[in-house]
Design a protein around this ligand. Structure first.
Ligand SMILES: [Zn+2]
Length: 274
């Protein structure tokens, strides 16, 4: 599933490709993905300059000059490509956005868990009304040790589930939660409310570092994720613990173990992570 670094990588590429241009037409090839697609025959969505492409959590926000805005989610395996208009359609290309420069932006979503919604913003740059109940951005100044500590104090479940909860902090998915906990020396099984303020300070610093390193590497490609130009994310080469159960810990050589938390597999070193 694309996590924050992957969506950030895609958003940055889209911002560079789309800003200042406009959509001349939108064509959908399927009635619904996660929700019904209502993008055709909407004059307010075409001919309007694209003034901003930005990210909030794992959502891509494309804002037009008239404040009409697309909110896109890539689901489990979605991708967005910018290709010439005459390039053949792929099987799971569900939406074509025709651009004023002769290119098309294609929304591909094989498992159909993604969505594209539209909404009219209250003001330029405003928060889209379709996005509710989102926690703080991990790379923002709002994500502080005190903030994390006060939220963990209220939680009785495992720390890994808490840092993956979008109501606390957005965009820290399975891969980056596992990596951050390993580098912080904290077991994913530890009760969230038992984590100390000093440990929260370490985790906040490490979560930010891991996410930024992955953004620099263009994200992590495990199976489906691709960048806008079709290339793979390179952070997979820097993963230390995710998906490595049965292999030796890179710090101490103990065999890495796997637990299942919240339905997701969680690799950890039983010696380094307490
Ligand atoms: Zn170890």
């Amino acid at each position: 599933m694309p996590e924050l670094p992957e969506v950030e990588t895609i958003t940055r590429a889209l911002a560079a490709s789309l800003t200042g241009k406009h959509f001349t037409a939108i064509k959908t090839f399927i009635a619904a993905i996660r929700y019904p697609l209502d993008l055709e025959n909407r004059p307010e969505l075409v001919g309007q300059k694209i003034i901003s492409v930005r990210r909030r959590a794992r959502y891509i926000i494309i804002e037009l000059k008239n404040r009409w805005t697309f909110v896109m989610h890539l689901g489990m395996s979605g991708a967005i490509r910018i290709v010439p208009a005459d390039e053949p359609k792929r099987k799971h290309d569900h939406v074509f956005f025709y651009l004023s420069d002769g290119q098309t932006m294609r929304y591909e979503c094989p498992r159909r868990f993604g969505f594209i919604k539209t909404c009219l913003l209250d003001a330029p740059g405003a928060h889209p009304s379709v996005l509710v109940n989102l926690g703080v951005e991990p790379l923002s100044d709002e994500f502080t040790p005190d903030y994390l500590y006060s939220n963990l104090k209220k939680r009785s479940g495992p720390i890994k589930n808490a840092i993956m909860d979008n109501k606390i902090v957005v965009g820290v998915g399975n891969i980056y939660a596992a990596e951050s906990l390993f580098l912080s020396g904290i077991s994913p099984l530890r009760t969230a409310s038992a984590v100390t303020l000093a440990q929260c300070a370490k985790m906040v610093k490490i979560i930010k570092e891991v996410l930024m390193l992955s953004i620099e590497a263009g994200g992590t490609t495990i199976s489906d994720y691709k960048q806008v130009d079709g290339s793979e994310g390179k952070f997979v080469q820097q993963l230390k613990i995710y998906g490595k159960d049965g292999q030796p810990c890179p710090k101490c050589n103990t065999v890495i173990r796997k637990a299942v938390l919240g339905g997701r597999s969680s690799c950890f070193c039983p010696k380094c992570q307490k």
